[in-house]
Design a protein around this ligand. Structure first.
Ligand code: UDP
Ligand code: MG
Length: 309
């Protein structure tokens, strides 16, 4: 009998978990009579009753396992822990808030089985229920990253996907600390099919993403999958050298012909401000890469497990 592992990262999802489990079990009864399910709930250091809810399910059903972190490590870490623990032949990542409809699982499973794909990934085609400003920046981010990175990232991609064991083994063999899974899934390759659905709103609770968190996540994605900003700052540096070379020539010739009346201080100050701004900006870019490298070489664990079953 084949086994599907369902990995569910949970951070303060006490209300969503029972709803999620109920709906997914219904799908199992209806669509997967011949397949074994394994649930891996990853409690990402929740401060509410999330772990108790998971333990309740686990005592009812042998197939429900859990991992509980010692603190909040973030969704990326939770997904990795789940992938590390999963024992199924096929592995799926799903949010606890039912934004990833379990009813799609059968279709995804059939596509892998019958059409020879290694991974079925999902993207939402609408961003209904999301603040427009957030959608705008998300779109800009995907445009930018696809320009500057070799790894393709799909706009509106969700983490909800069904993968073969082989693909998951390759994803988990990448042990980098600054994880940006959407990029890693694309990086490992394999035949991926994208299916689309309309955005579904959360069943309960609130989104864990603030604008600032998303911004940091976007920077993470860029530094993890592109060095274009470094090239950009080198290019600006070079451009300024060339411009200043011609300016110096111009000033020397002008002085030789017209003498040197002291003027032009305001423009001088503007230039100093502008150039030092560009320098700081470039230093900031280098600093971003350096800080990521710093975290990487420390080899700290991505997550710490307090208890599991
Ligand atoms: N999540 C997590 N750790 C975190 C933040 C979120 O495990 O630090 C989980 C959360 O419980 C949910 C999933 O990641 O199951 C997606 O989170 P959310 O619904 O807040 O994100 P959105 O769907 O709004 O992108
Ligand atoms: Mg959600």
């Amino acid at each position: 009998m084949e086994k599907i592992s369902i990995i569910v990262p949970c951070y303060n999802e006490e209300e969503s978990i029972p709803l999620f489990y109920k709906e997914t079990e219904e799908v199992k009864m209806k669509d997967f009579p011949e397949t074994e399910f394994e649930y891996i709930f990853v409690d990402d250091g929740s401060s509410d009753k999330t772990l108790d809810e998971i333990k309740k399910l686990s005592s009812q059903n042998e197939a429900v396992r859990y991992i509980s972190f010692s603190r909040n490590f973030g969704k990326e870490a939770a997904m990795l822990a789940g992938l590390d623990e999963a024992t199924g032949d096929y592995i799926t990542l799903m949010d606890a808030d039912l934004q990833d409809p379990p009813s799609l699982l059968r279709k995804m499973y059939d596509m892998i089985k019958n059409e020879g794909y290694d991974c079925i990934a999902t993207r939402r085609i609408t961003r209904k229920g999301e603040p427009p400003i957030r959608s705008f920046f998300a779109r800009c981010f995907y445009k930018l990253i696809n320009h500057i990175s070799d790894v393709k990232m799909v706009d509106g991609a969700r983490d909800f996907r069904l993968m073969t064991r082989q693909m998951v083994d390759n994803v988990t063999s990448i042990r980098e600390y600054n994880r940006f899974s959407k990029g890693l899934f694309s990086f490992v390759g394999f035949k991926t099919k994208w299916i689309e659905y309309e955005n579904v709103e959360r069943v309960a609770g609130k989104t864990k993403w603030s604008f600032w968190k998303l911004f940091k996540y976007a920077i993470e994605g860029i530094t993890a999958f592109s060095t274009a900003p470094l090239i950009f700052s080198s290019f600006i540096g070079l451009l300024f050298c060339v411009v200043s070379f011609f300016l110096i020539l111009f000033i020397i010739i002008k002085t030789l012909i017209y003498g040197d009346p002291t003027s032009g201080w305001p423009s001088m100050v503007c230039i100093i401000f502008f150039v030092s701004g560009v320098q700081l900006f470039s230093l900031g870019i280098i600093g971003q890469y350096l800080s990521k490298t710093y975290l990487e070489v420390k080899h700290r664990p991505t997550y710490i497990i307090k208890e599991k079953k």
